[in-house]
Design a protein around this ligand. Structure first.
Ligand code: ADP
Ligand code: MG
Length: 255
């Protein structure tokens, strides 16, 4: 069990695409150890927020930091190394690789050797690969995919592919995990399983930013809910308060 938790602070982020402001002056704080849900209608800017925090987009204005370390201006790989992992709205697995190898890919960035060592296969590399494999097997157990370890990822049912993506993100040993619509396309049973997995992740001390449409899941899991609409934060509060907020009902629950 990890003994620390990570706090993410986004301060007045603005992201423009041409004339469109996908995010306008968005401030958000994910407190250490909490499950923070980010919700809002399609096009509200949720994925843009995740892409900006994780270094795939650069903000036009504003900044963000993880435990006081500036993230703005850094590349996505560097941000991952600082302890921030993410999944994508559209699953991005290596279909031809095995389920286990897909998790091992998530460790790669942590390994100390580069391409040269990979070609030479030094003893150190073999040792690290062994450790990496062992840890990946552990993570497959954590998300309940042990029995599929050696199957090609593309043969996994969709719901299990999403779970594999979470295992791969965890392989980077994040302190903060960003999940972009992890319940999309899942069955009711799979959503229940996902809920249990996210709880376990939070139980490890990993802060979670959960982007979701599935209201029951948000209400069950979230400590705090922030609502985006047209690229702006319209509310940020405990789930029960959010559910009764007239602006939120109009923008989101009403639709
Ligand atoms: P959400 O995830 O809440 O559905 P997005 O962040 O995907 O919303 O999109 C917010 C707005 O920004 C939308 O109008 C979308 O079309 C636009 N947008 C997102 N990414 C890009 C991009 N790479 N280039 C241009 N426009 C984009
Ligand atoms: Mg999105």
């Amino acid at each position: 069990k990890q003994t620390w938790t990570a706090e993410l602070v986004a301060n007045a982020l603005t992201v423009r695409f041409g004339g469109l402001s996908a995010l306008s002056n968005v401030s958000l704080r994910v407190k250490g150890g909490e499950i923070h849900a980010l919700i809002g209608p399609n096009g509200a800017g949720k994925s843009t927020f995740v892409n900006t925090i994780s270094g795939f987009y650069q903000p036009d204005e504003g900044r963000c930091e993880l435990d006081g370390v500036e993230l703005t201006g850094r590349r996505s790989l560097e941000i991952a190394r600082l302890g921030l992992a993410r999944t994508f709205q559209n699953t991005e697995l290596f279909g031809e690789l095995s389920v286990l190898e897909n998790v091992m890919v998530g460790y790669d960035q942590r390994l100390s050797y580069g391409l040269v060592h990979a070609l030479l296969r030094t003893p150190r590399m073999q040792r690290e690969e062994f450790e990496c494999r062992r840890a990946a097997i552990g993570l497959l157990g954590f998300v309940g995919l042990s029995q599929y370890a050696n199957e090609a990822a593309r043969f996994l049912p969709f719901g299990l592919q999403r779970r594999l993506e979470i295992a791969r993100a965890l392989a980077g040993k994040p302190r903060l995990l960003l999940l972009d619509e992890p319940a999309a396309g899942l069955t009711t049973q799979e959503i229940d399983d996902l809920e249990a997995i996210v709880r376990k992740i939070a139980g490890l001390g990993i802060s979670v930013l959960l982007i979701e449409h599935h209201v029951d899941l948000i209400m069950a899991l979230a400590d705090t809910v922030t609502v985006l609409d047209y690229g702006q934060v319209i509310a940020s509060d405990a789930p029960a308060a959010i559910q009764n907020d007239p602006r939120v009902i109009e923008a989101y629950f009403g639709t």
